[in-house]
Design a protein around this ligand. Sequence first.
Ligand SMILES: Nc1ncnc2c1ncn2[C@@H]1O[C@H](COP(=O)(O)OP(=O)(O)OP(=O)(O)O)[C@@H](O)[C@H]1O
Ligand SMILES: [Mg+2]
Length: 327
Amino acid sequence: MRRHCGTCVLEIDGLSVQFEVNQTNLTVIRELSLSIPDNTVMGLVGESGSGKSVTALSILGLLPQNGRIQSGTIAWQGTEIQAFSDAQYKKIRGCDIGLVFQNPLSSLNPVFSIQDQFVETLRLQFGHTKVQAINEAAYWLDRVGIPDANKRLRDYPHQFSLGMCQRIMIALTLAMKPKLLIADEPTASLDVTIQAQILELLQALRSELGMSVLLISHDLGVIAQQCDTVAVMYLGELVECASASALFSNPKHPYTQALLAAIPIPDPHAPKPQRLMGELPSLYNRPKGCAFHTRCPQVMPQCKAKRPVLHNSGCHGVACWLHPEEL
Ligand SMILES: Nc1ncnc2c1ncn2[C@@H]1O[C@H](COP(=O)(O)OP(=O)(O)OP(=O)(O)O)[C@@H](O)[C@H]1O
Ligand SMILES: [Mg+2]
């Protein structure tokens, strides 16, 4: 059942995404429903391969050639966009929804100076004059902590370190004042102090610009610090979604509990973090019933027979037969 939510920038309902691999259709995202409220930072976590980036790419209409949305809807401010053409998506990407991902070099153009990249983007988007665009560029470079921003505008991407390129890409994205920023491991290539600086900046701008953020990260410490709500994915499915405080103080899904138990604590006397048992199952051989049952310490017979699906990511949703009242 589709649930319209007046105060959500983005609503994903029952999204399934397939990839064609060796003439076989592989379901990578399965019946995912997720709503991102206005002015909220939502964290998206899960093991490598759980489908976080594919979810982000689906929202932006950037699935690779062999991928397609098999079913479900993605609504941007109430308008369904999952069947938009590339031209229609182009209007949304950048200005409404900004994307920052781990590899900044793939989105900065190596043959243009940083200044030219800002001028081109801001002229197209806001009709800025060259002088206005240059001023704006210097402002944003300064805000992401690039020293001597005015002087460095004429430099080319190869004249900056990887961490600086990442900050420039974040500056370029934020200069577009998106209503939703999707940040896929945005600070993974940055050292810890710069990482903290960028995350603080995102927090400040989120209120300043009234922006929502979908923050994808492996780092549960970052998620706990930065996010208002958290969604947990396992094998392409949403298994738990709650406010950050509820999720970290009272995780309900055994997978979320295992993820939290695996966080290292910087205390030599603390018990060793517990390792999640077993491997992530192959998508070619998705377990029947609950996808997590093969690794779940609390597995019950019904978990192997019937799949719990989280339809409503309301207050504290959990897709687990230990909590049938939530389904
Ligand atoms: N073009 C593709 N063709 C086939 N399978 C793909 C393709 N792109 C991604 N996948 C598969 O989709 C699944 C989800 O991948 P995704 O990149 O979303 O994971 P992730 O949660 O972002 O992982 P990580 O934390 O490592 O970034 C993986 O099993 C991956 O192998
Ligand atoms: Mg990823």
